[in-house]
Structures are given as structure tokens and as C-alpha cells.
Write a protein that binds this ligand. Structure first.
Ligand SMILES: Nc1ccn([C@@H]2O[C@H](COP(=O)(O)OP(=O)(O)OP(=O)(O)O)[C@@H](O)[C@H]2O)c(=O)n1
Ligand SMILES: C[C@](O)(CO)[C@H](O)COP(=O)(O)O
Length: 238
């Protein structure tokens, strides 16, 4: 049986980085001389099965066209939307229904090629619609009191609780329909898996490296710089 093994990376990059409180969208902040977005694209394109990337960019983005990779043949750009789900939908809906979409946050540059490979192995697993990189929760989880946000209401069980990361891998057609259904029904869609789960698809959890952090707040930058240096050292040893 032949499997469609070509993969398109889809990179939602239309956010404005409010929580980062920087003078520009966080994906354009630099680490080791490259923008965070460029680190992320390099990470994705390092896997031999990833042969194209679609970026969903903010309509007012004037930085992206100035970057060195902008005119590369392996890159396409679509307009992002008001929410991350809209940005992903605008990109994924341009793909053939049977294409594999590897959706990955622009704000997650510390992605290893090994973790991409672990997730792409799901393309041959017909028991699931796709899957996501994730890490098991390590800390005790507390639910705050609904009206007293600094007071503990109760302790949540951390049994079988995971942090969802990206990339998240699904067939473009199924993902397009799931996001459209979720947006129409008002389902909260904060990642691709939540849309797929809502319409009944099986989603596999693939344990990934917790270094694959989402750069969100200023204190994440030095941590990401450290993890990127570790990835570079590992790459140089290979
Ligand atoms: N309308 C949006 C909102 C977010 N994103 C992207 O989704 C990823 C994860 O979102 P987040 O970390 O929340 O980024 P921002 O929305 O930029 O951050 P903030 O919420 O602090 O403004 C980022 O790569 C961001 O660029 C997007 O493509 N379109
Ligand atoms: C997609 C994601 O990175 C998975 O953890 C996360 O849901 C993005 O959330 P954000 O609020 O858009 O940063």
C-alpha cells in the first residue's frame, strides 16, 4: 500500500506578540543573529519529508518581505486571520485534501528534527487521524477559585494530563473541515487537535522534547537561546 508521504509545513505567524511586550511581533525578535521565524523555518525544512512551507502572516506585516528566505521557492505566504485558528485555516484550506499538514507555531523555534520524525511516523498509522507533540505534566496542578484568582479551589489530577505542543499533524482536508465546523459552532479552538477532537477524530499524543517551548513572555527568550545553542551543538556533532 502506498502512502502519501509529502508534507507541507503550515506556520501561523500572524500574531502581534502582546504578552512579549516588544517593539515588534515576537517572531521577528532575533536570537543568535536570526529571527525566531527563521529558526523555526530552518527547523521544519531540516526534515527531508517537509518539502514546502506556508506562512500565515498578518496583513500589515512589513517585516516578512524583507527577510532573506521570503522569495525561496519552498515558501508560500497567505494572509493570517483574527485568531490563530483563522490563520491556520487560511493556509491549510489551500492544500489538496489528501496532503499532510504539519502545523507549527512560528513562536516555537526549538524544534528538533528527531521530534518531527517521531510525529511524521503517524502518516503510516491508519488507526488515528494524526497527532501532536506533547509533554506529560510534571507539576501538581491547582485550579484557582473562580472569583478569588489567587486562592486554590482544588487540586486537579495530573494523571494522563499532557501539555500540547506543536507541530500537530493532520490531513489537510479533514483539518480544514474540522476547523470550519469548530468556528461555525463556536467551539474553543486553541490548537488543531481541539478542532479534530470536537468532530470525533482520534488524535495521538507523541511525547516530545520539553525544550520545544512557545516563546510567549520576555523571560522565554534566554531559555530559547540556550535550547537553540544546544540544538546547534547537537547538529554539529552529527
Ligand atoms: N491571529 C493569530 C494569532 C496568533 N498566531 C500565531 O500563533 C502562534 C501562537 O500564538 P501566540 O503565542 O499566542 O502568539 P501571539 O498571538 O503573537 O501572542 P500574544 O497572544 O501574546 O499576542 C504564534 O506563532 C502566532 O504568530 C497567528 O498566526 N494568528
Ligand atoms: C497551539 C499551542 O501552541 C498548543 O499549546 C497553543 O494552544 C497556542 O496558544 P496561544 O494562546 O495561541 O499561544
Amino acid at each position: 500500500m502506498s502512502f502519501n508521504l509529502s508534507v507541507t509545513a503550515v506556520v501561523p505567524a500572524a500574531g502581534i506578540g502582546t504578552r512579549m511586550q516588544a517593539g515588534k511581533p515576537k517572531q521577528y525578535l532575533e536570537i543568535a543573529g536570526k529571527t525566531i521565524l527563521e529558526h523555526t523555518l530552518n527547523a521544519l525544512m531540516a526534515h527531508p519529508l517537509v518539502n514546502h512551507t506556508i506562512i500565515a502572516a498578518h496583513p500589515d506585516d512589513t517585516i516578512l518581505p524583507t527577510l532573506p528566505f521570503y522569495k525561496k521557492s519552498w515558501l508560500s505566504v497567505v494572509q493570517g486571520g483574527s485568531e490563530r485558528a483563522h490563520s491556520v485555516l487560511n493556509a491549510v484550506s489551500t492544500l489538496p485534501e489528501t496532503a499532510w499538514a504539519l502545523v507549527h507555531d512560528a513562536a516555537r523555534p526549538c524544534l528538533s528534527v528527531d521530534d518531527i520524525g517521531k510525529l511524521l511516523a503517524l502518516m503510516k498509522d491508519e488507526s488515528v487521524a494524526g497527532g501532536i507533540l506533547a509533554t506529560p505534566v510534571r507539576d501538581t496542578m491547582k485550579r484557582a477559585h473562580p472569583t478569588k484568582s489567587q486562592i486554590v479551589s482544588h487540586t486537579e489530577s495530573r494523571e494522563s494530563l499532557w501539555h500540547a505542543l506543536t507541530p500537530q499533524l493532520f490531513k489537510a482536508g479533514e483539518l480544514t473541515h474540522a476547523i470550519q465546523a469548530g468556528l461555525t459552532s463556536g467551539t474553543l479552538i486553541t490548537d488543531e487537535a481541539s478542532a479534530m477532537e470536537a468532530v470525533g477524530h482520534q488524535v495521538k499524543l507523541v511525547a516530545g522534547n520539553p525544550a520545544n517551548i512557545k516563546i510567549t513572555h520576555p523571560e522565554d527568550l534566554p531559555l530559547a537561546a540556550f535550547y537553540l545553542s544546544q540544538l546547534a551543538q547537537q547538529h554539529n556533532k552529527e
